[in-house]
Write a protein that binds this ligand. Structure first.
Ligand code: IVH
Length: 677
């Protein structure tokens, strides 16, 4: 007999899980991190396994998802859409492998496993009859879901008609609909700028987008589908292994995950886990683990299912990308353009594979929208190389003495007034170069690798130079003497000489680099390059009217306005004059006749990860050679440079017969045009 205490724990776990489930699946408003949910579910599973008399058919462990919203038509799945068991460490994965071998009577034979990233999105089923898309449905509770046909039809990676040979008469394809990180960030960025509600994570954004009754809204969301299995199959045969089935799907026009691999034995499964864990941050989408599947379909049949999950598959989880922690304080950071960002100081928490103790709160609108107070328990998200963010507050855990966040009326660094421009969410310090924070940030940008590339001048040293009053602005850098440098703490003769040499070196530069280094608002590397190429000289650029500026690729009214403000400001003119007096120089360019450049008239696309250079760098080089660089592949694309991890763009290029080259071939091609890296 279980004790009353155990009974109470089981009951309380059920109530919590149901509550969280409802919030997460039905309302799309998660109140706890996934990791807490998983922990509670596991605990309940354990207790129910130890005390079977407590098991009830309505327990959260006995169902797959949650009920669907009533506005959509219900669809019964011909075959239930089940869930996966989790392995939380290497040992649990080995246990899984042992059970598989035992059940199949394979002794110590190594099993062949298909390994796939576990995408964090929404599970859906697509039904094709005679190769035509008939119906799209969500998983719902696993037995019936919502009919979302009109929404899935708007997703470009879902073919309305399959192509190729051997397509079964009836084919139900299953997979995940998700929102790539970049699309998610942009969506939230726009929402933030418009003062609208943001999404907590890409998974919620995908769910919210699919749950639109108006498919035109869904169509505007950057959703993607990746297929990982089939359900109902009639009037036709599929190959004998899971991996071959996926190959068939890919051939017929459906997206599958290019990271998937077939490996032999559990040790190779672990190696795959390690290698994907390394890659995780660089992937363009969120994954929360790896799915391992017995590759042989006949063996899958023999293994069968237990209540909610197949015996032939398991998910090995990665560290959660959302965790709960406490907000200790809010500080205000002043950036290069004076923008004041509230930064959350957090009780350190392990999230997304690293320990996080600071997270951005973006701006005052965001703080208001979150309703966050100092002392609150908050959910922090860290995914990919995006800076950690506070995504929601757990209201139940608010302490009585929680304090409201006070925005400063004056700059916390230089005490200048703070202003908020109409229509802008950002507050700015009006101190300009009087503000030490802005000075430091501007100098750090100026010396950075992609700008003036001044070696030996790290953040710490910049701060020292400003704090000691040796350098007031970027022009001051070139006037620091050896003696002054040597007075600085921890500065030896060698480092001082090295720094002076790299300062000297940096004087020989290009107009594009110089322009970028100045840190004019909204003038990034690509815009700087376009401007330099268009005008050829500083004088021509500085004298350009707004209309002339607007003729440049990349330059819209906002950028043109920032440029004019910069050129019209007396202090900016002075800094530039001082820099040139110190010897900064660059060759003027003949504004090139576009058609004389080697890649004139061509459109290139760069996708995937490059080794020898950043993607931005590759783009800048291509532009310099006269090519247009596009974000998507079309029939007019001249060439695609594809690194590892290239996804849909690569598929599209192959489909359209566009030339695709890898990085090595790209570098070789550049060399033929006189560009060496
Ligand atoms: S196979 C019967 N493969 O994870 C096996 N699922 O926790 C069904 N998921 O509902 C799932 N990536 O939404 C499978 N490569 C993958 C997956 C994957 C993500 C999701 C799917 C499923 C959930 C199970």
């Amino acid at each position: 007999m279980p004790s009353a205490e155990i009974e109470r724990e089981v009951e309380s776990l059920r109530v919590s899980l149901e509550n969280w489930n409802y919030q997460y699946y039905v309302l799309d408003q998660p109140t706890v991190p996934d990791a807490d949910y998983d922990r509670a579910l596991r605990r309940l599973q354990e207790l129910e396994a130890q005390h079977p008399e407590l098991l009830r058919p309505d327990s959260p462990t006995q169902r797959v998802g949650a009920q669907a919203l009533s506005e959509f038509t219900q669809v019964a799945h011909e075959m239930p859409m089940l869930s996966l068991d989790n392995a939380f460490d290497a040992q649990e994965l080995r246990d899984f492998d042992r059970r598989v071998r035992e059940r199949l009577g394979r002794g110590n034979d190594e099993i062949e496993y298909a390994c796939e990233p576990k995408l964090d999105g929404i599970a859906v089923s697509l039904l094709y009859r005679d190769g035509i898309l008939q119906r799209g449905a969500t998983r719902g509770d696993g037995f019936s879901g919502e009919d979302i046909t009109h929404n899935v039809r708007t997703i470009p990676s879902i073919p309305l008609r399959l192509n190729g040979r051997g397509i079964p008469g009836v084919l139900e394809v299953r997979g995940e609909i998700y929102m790539p990180r970049q699309g998610f960030e942009q969506l939230n960025e726009r929402a933030r700028a418009a003062g609208e509600k943001t999404f907590v994570n890409p998974r919620n954004a995908a769910a919210g987008s699919l749950r639109q009754l108006d498919a035109r809204l869904t169509a505007q969301r950057p959703l993607q589908m990746c297929c990982y299995s089939v359900g109902l199959v009639e009037d036709g045969d599929l190959p004998d292994t899971h991996a071959q089935v996926l190959d068939s799907l890919l051939r017929w026009g459906l997206r599958t995950n290019p990271e998937s691999r077939v490996v032999r034995g559990i040790a190779s499964c672990e190696a795959y886990y390690e290698s994907l864990a390394q890659k995780r941050d660089g992937l363009p989408y969120d994954i929360d683990g790896i799915v391992y599947k017995v590759n042989d379909l006949e063996a899958q049949q023999r293994l069968g299912f237990v209540s909610r999950a197949p015996r032939w598959a398991i998910a090995r989880k990665f560290p959660a990308q959302e965790e709960m922690t406490r907000l200790l304080d809010v500080e205000f950071q002043v950036g290069r353009t004076g923008a004041i960002t509230p930064v959350a100081r957090l009780e350190p928490v392990f999230v997304g594979g690293v320990t996080v103790s600071n997270a951005t709160l973006h701006n005052s609108d965001e703080v208001q929208r979150l309703g966050v107070r100092i002392g609150d328990t908050v959910i922090v998200r860290r995914a990919g190389d995006v800076i950690p963010q506070v995504v929601s507050v757990v209201p139940d855990r608010r302490p009585e003495d929680a304090k409201a966040v006070q925005f400063p009326g004056r700059c916390p660094v230089c005490d200048s007034p703070v202003e908020r421009e109409p229509g802008e969410a950002v507050m700015r310090c009006m101190g300009g170069l009087v503000c030490a924070a802005q000075q430091k940030a501007a100098i750090k940008h100026f010396v950075s690798r992609r700008a003036m590339d001044i070696d030996g001048l790290g953040d710490k040293l910049v701060e020292q130079l400003v704090d000691e009053g040796l350098v007031l602005n970027v022009a001051g850098l070139y006037r620091v003497s050896r003696e002054q440098l040597l007075q600085l703490e921890r500065m030896g003769e060698k480092s001082a000489d090295k720094l002076l040499a790299s300062l000297e070196n940096s004087k020989n530069t290009t107009l594009a680099r110089f322009l970028f280094a100045l840190g004019i608002r909204e003038v990034g590397e690509a815009t700087a390059l376009s401007l330099a190429r268009h005008f050829g000289s500083w004088e021509a650029l500085a004298a350009a009217t707004e209309e002339q500026l607007l003729q440049v690729d990349d330059v819209g009214p906002v950028v043109a306005d920032h440029l004019r403000q910069f050129f019209d400001s007396v202090s900016s003119q002075e800094v530039v004059a001082q820099l040139r007096e110190s010897g900064l120089h660059w060759p003027d360019l003949e504004p090139p006749q576009a058609d004389q450049l080697p890649l004139a008239g061509e459109t290139w696309v760069v996708t995937g990860k490059l080794e020898a250079m950043e993607r931005n760098e590759a783009k800048a080089i291509l532009q310099e050679l006269g090519a247009k660089v596009a974000g998507s592949v079309s029939a007019r694309t001249s060439c695609v440079v594809a690194g590892p991890g290239a996804g849909s763009k690569l598929g599209k290029a192959t489909e359209l017969g566009v030339e695709v080259i890898d990085e090595a071939a790209f570098i070789a091609r550049l060399e033929t045009m006189g560009v060496t890296l």
